[in-house]
Design a protein around this ligand. Structure first.
Ligand code: MBD
Ligand code: FE
Length: 260
């Protein structure tokens, strides 16, 4: 008995279930001892190189979400992913403007993009003053703080929906993203002959009083990686059309939050 911690019946319940399934799985997989040792060594490197969150979010998170949410009303959640960070700046509309500008460099490379959203509850009531957290990758396909040399919080920000539950944000068009391939996660992709790509996507998290926090993503019709997203994050209702307006692009999507 470990006297440093109190028992946690939920941990016990989940661990027992895990062991029962694991026994069946090992019988079927007929793992030999060398394979087991190889796995432990690989998993050790995965952790030491800081890729455990990456691996888990790419290969497990979608299954957690699908087990939780299939067939419920409201916008489908998608992956939080490994590249969210706390503390993004608050951005506000400049006088006379209908949109907020996502924090970016003065000369941020990429195609100018206006994304509009509306937020309502599952009964269609607009949700004013909903907190919208927004993050995405840049023109070099990296995320600030992780795999881009852009400044901290570049292309990350939060703002609030207006009195009609609407918001509009000026940013750049996100690009398809390759997860890092130079570590243990990439090694695994090689063994299993899988590519490392995710379709272009926006990350959005909505928080509104009395409602379930909605963590989701937005994808674009026609993206070549939609069907084979390495992280399996795509859901039909999260697809929108990227419209070419000449010197800039636009897109929009409606989101529905569930009451608690
Ligand atoms: C990403 O950008 C991402 O969104 C997920 C879910 C996994 C890896 C990289
Ligand atoms: Fe992402």
């Amino acid at each position: 008995m470990n006297k440093n911690t109190t028992t946690n019946t939920r941990v016990e319940e989940v661990f027992n279930l895990y062991i029962n399934h694991m026994k069946e799985f090992l019988k079927e997989a007929k793992l030999n001892h060398e394979e087991y040792t190889n796995f432990v060594n690989w998993a050790d490197r995965l952790g030491r190189e800081g890729e455990l969150p990456l691996f888990a979010d790419v290969f497990l998170e979608t299954h957690v979400l699908q087990a939780m949410y299939t067939d419920m009303p409201g916008t489908q959640p998608s992956l939080l992913g490994p590249f969210f960070i706390e503390g993004s700046p608050l951005v506000e509309k400049e006088p006379g403007k209908s949109y907020v500008v996502l924090p970016q460099r003065p000369d941020e490379p990429g195609e100018t993009f206006y994304f509009k959203g509306s937020v309502s509850n599952t009964e269609g009531k607009p949700l004013a003053n909903t907190r919208v957290e927004f993050w995405q990758n840049d023109h070099n396909r990296g995320y600030s703080h992780f795999d881009s040399d852009a400044p901290e919080y570049n292309l990350r920000g939060h703002f609030y929906t207006d009195e009609n539950g609407d918001f509009e944000v000026k940013t750049i068009v996100p690009l398809p993203y390759s997860i890092p391939t130079d570590g243990p996660t990439g090694e695994f992709l090689g063994y299993t002959d899988q590519h490392s790509m995710r379709p272009a996507h926006l990350h959005i998290m909505f928080e509104a009083e009395g409602h379930e926090t909605l963590i989701t993503q937005v994808f674009f019709e026609g993206d070549e990686w939609l069907e084979t997203d390495v992280a399996e994050g795509v859901r039909d209702e999260l697809l929108t059309e990227l419209k070419d307006q000449g010197t800039y692009k636009t897109a929009s999507l409606d989101f529905m939050m569930r009451k608690i």
